[in-house]
Design a protein around this ligand. Sequence first.
Ligand code: ADP
Length: 526
Amino acid sequence: MAFQSARRLKVVLVSPEVLGFAKTGGLADVSVALPRALASRGHQCTIVTPLSRSARHGPVPLQATEKELGVPIGNKEVTGRLYRAVLPDTEVPVYLIEQRDYFERDDPRCGRGLYDYVAGDGKRRPYSDNSERYIFFCRAVLEALEALPFWPDILHCNDWQTGLIPVYLREVYCQRGDDEQRNRYANIATVLTIHNLAYQGLFWHWDMLLTGLDWRLFNYRELEFYGQLNFLKGGIVFADRVTTVSPRYAAEIQTPYFGCGLHGVLWERRASLSGIVNGLDESVWDPARDGYLAANYDAETVGVGKPICKADLQRRFNLAPNASTCVLGVVSRLVDQKGADLLCEAAEAMMQQDVQLVVLGEGNPVYERMFIDLSRRFPDRIGVRIGFDEALAHQIEAGADIFLMPSLYEPSGLNQLYSMRYGTVPVVRATGGLADTVIGYDGKASDVESATGFVFQAPSAEALLDALCRALCVFRNEPEIWRRLMMNGMKQDWSWSRSAAEYERIFFELQKERVLVVDGRRNQGR
Ligand code: ADP
């Protein structure tokens, strides 16, 4: 039975992406798994997200509510409506903010994403009204609170698209109405989780007019960032707590190299900044129950099931059906952050070994072309699929022997966790969540007890190849040690209930602090 906490929290998680409704990356998975894990620990949770086109046409039925949302954007009033759905296999309600012009333009068939589109020159460009779209979303969330099934203790915001929520809460909603109303809002504690600091929601300064916020906030300690309006910075400054998705990344982003210009602000908030590694959703990522696989397996039966999945993967990519060849897997956005250039650079040298490489991803068209070229040059040894394919991602995790993640930075990373769970040994660069979750094998007998993968330091093709060679050496020559690394990985606990317990601790601390703040206000007669 799931652990039930003695006290119940009321948590509203706000996210621009929710699996089953809209997804571009790991945030969508987190936005489902965390509320589900918190709910199974006895807390009341709900999710609020935009009603995108993919949600409208997705598998989960949506229901319009009576609640209309009116939001001032500059000097016009924009209206929307609140919709309701239920997260599949749970009782967690999902509220969707409908505003057709802003949120229902995503359509992969026409190259239109949630935040960007493919322009005439083939390059992806952000929508020119992104600030307006997410100003609307942030205010609409606060307007929608009245219509939710409970008043939140915690408003858990995620990424720049939600960054203005803590600002509006403290600067607008806690300041208006009578004492009782102000105290209701003041009672809500906000947490901002940064899933990737590189995406900050940066807009020109005149968009301050659209926010309706006081220009006084446009200063270098609050919303201003080198002359521009920065949504994420607003969230970092105004949220009661800031979390990110691994302890290592929380430390890294306070330094100029990883801080993307915000290291100073993050350092100032270091007492309220911490890292919690994402869990993996075991209802989706479990090789014993995964419906996408040619064979299911667990730690006991991996020796039987995995070779079947490997043969299936080789067939899907038209690779030579050779059981002893080591299959290297990549599932990734093909962008600089993920070390796509290192992979392209190293691929040719990899081919000097008895390996096959399968790549699933999309992103920068330059990398997409480079991988397609590689697959043409090595047709029975390199298989490439450009696009987003949930089933194939699972089949690669199960069928590959080694999973490659040479990220330049990696806030948390999910694929290395999936790999370990599926008995696929990760080769990763020591950064962010990769450094926190993969224990490198250095060839020492003592390592064998705990090691789960291979780790390298320098962001270079040479360092990646060196780690891969070390891995291949063990794969070929030391099958017992290899098996041990697989087992160690498969037995790790990266469940969401572990991560949820850490969020829960922070939420309880905050709830206590807010009560003190609000009591203080009452005593001062505010
Ligand atoms: P990020 O969120 O930075 O892209 P993560 O490793 O945290 O990276 O999460 C990536 C998630 O997206 C995983 O669930 C992964 O399986 C999935 N994913 C990434 N690219 C693809 C793709 N092309 N097809 C299917 N799933 C993908």
